[in-house]
Ligand binder design. Structure first.
Ligand code: LMR
Length: 393
């Protein structure tokens, strides 16, 4: 049976960090996969997570199943964190196996709700969006987003496209903040415009929120998603706790679906539970239990926010230093772009050949698209990194 299978290509994101780990050079800089690292190159378990894990281990009295839609204390605490003080009765929620699990659950729900709906992703987008969402059997399309010459959002092209091409009921993937892979985010005024276009054209927003708190701050990063949650009759949110709680391997995510009425939200929830049952039966509990404990315990919540702020500040400091390094060596435009971009990623305007040269000759590991994870560097790396980048032009 299995002898018909041929080998699959390595994942273009994950394979970069695998190659970096195998590189014996001691001065290598791994800017590949999107994980936070501290100055020592370590991805720590956050303080509040450790404390919640100890507390939870003592509190947990059983390992019996929770439910197909997961832990309600987690679902509601995380959705309230994202949306702030608003009525959530029209939202159906389900805990998911990471943000990716949430994206897939949402895609399966879209497929059940509308046979003909197409999903539009920005160009470029996270490399796994199209395979992951498309695996639900939905036709995947693209909309213009980033201008590789201007190193910024091409909002004129995005606006013109959304106003003309998708049809009512089509789904538009929007990165809530810290756009992956470019770091180029919509301004608040642009979010307002997108909201008006979606309303006018009957398009459905599907917001991928994987980096909340790592751009400008917890509240600031939620401007767009909160705007849409108020203005849109229906929408979807896929949230991840991988990066902002550092729970990567614990697969902790949330799908939230806004429906037209509270009764429809109950129906949508029953579908999410059924989809989950047919895919993996139930989501894993540990990460969600930890997040619920943190968000519902004031001291832990405050300490989690403090550490999240420290992580963001470290990344912003690296971003400023690299921007300065590029700027003083005569690449003002690249420096300025880096400085205004947000979150973990930026996309350097390099060709795949230049990216390979950076890996081979300078032991600087970035994706072929030019995406760098700024958190992969240490302050001491920045001078060498900026010189290496400029040497390939
Ligand atoms: C990334 O973009 O590097 C992360 O989201 C990790 C992944 O699964 O691709």
């Amino acid at each position: 049976m299995f002898d018909v299978l041929s080998p699959m290509p390595a994942d273009p994101i994950l394979s970069i960090s695998v190659a970096a780990a195998a590189d014996p050079r001691t001065d290598k800089i791994d800017l590949g996969v999107g994980i936070y690292k501290d100055e020592a190159g370590h991805t720590p378990v956050m303080r509040a997570v450790k404390a919640a894990e100890f507390a939870y281990a003592g509190l947990e009295e059983t390992k019996k199943y929770v439910s197909t839609t997961g832990l309600e204390a987690y679902n509601s605490a995380l959705l309230s964190l994202i949306l702030g003080d608003m009525d959530l009765s029209r939202f159906a929620t389900a805990q998911s196996a990471g943000g990716s699990g949430a994206l897939r659950l949402g895609a399966e729900l879209i497929k059940r709700s509308s046979e003909g709906a197409q999903i539009y992703v920005p160009t470029p987008t996270w490399g796994n969006h199209t395979p992951l969402l498309g695996s639900a059997g939905i036709e995947m399309k693209k909309y213009p987003y980033y201008d590789r010459e201007a190193l910024d959002v091409d909002f004129d092209a995005m606006r013109a496209f959304l106003n003309a091409t998708p049809k009512a009921g089509d789904v538009i993937i929007l990165h809530g903040c810290c756009h992956n892979p470019t770091g180029a985010d919509l301004s608040n005024a642009q979010w307002d415009e997108v909201s008006d276009i979606l309303t006018a054209r009957g398009l459905i927003a599907y917001v991928d929120l994987a980096y909340m708190g790592l751009g400008d701050g917890l509240e600031e990063d939620c401007y767009g998603i909160r705007k849409l949650a108020v203005t849109q009759e229906e929408m979807l949110i896929a949230a991840s706790c991988s990066k902002n709680f550092g729970l990567y391997r614990d697969r902790t995510g949330l799908i939230a679906v806004k429906t037209k009425t509270a009764d429809q939200a109950k129906v949508a929830k029953s579908h999410l539970g059924l989809i989950m049952r047919r895919m993996i039966s139930m989501p894993p509990n540990h990460g969600a239990a930890v997040v619920a404990h943190i968000l519902n315990t004031p001291e832990l919540r405050a300490d989690w926010i403090a550490e999240l702020n420290e992580m963001r500040e470290r990344m912003n400091g690296l971003r400023r230093s690299l921007a300065y390094g590029l700027d003083v060596q005569g690449h003002e435009e690249m420096g300025a772009a880096l400085a205004r971009q947000k979150g973990m990623f930026s996309m350097l305007p390099v060709t795949p050949e230049q990216a390979a040269k950076l890996r081979d000759e300078h032991s600087v590991y970035l994706l072929n698209s030019g995406r760098i994870n700024i958190a992969g560097a240490a302050q001491d790396d920045i001078e060498r990194l900026s010189k290496a980048i400029l040497s390939v032009f």
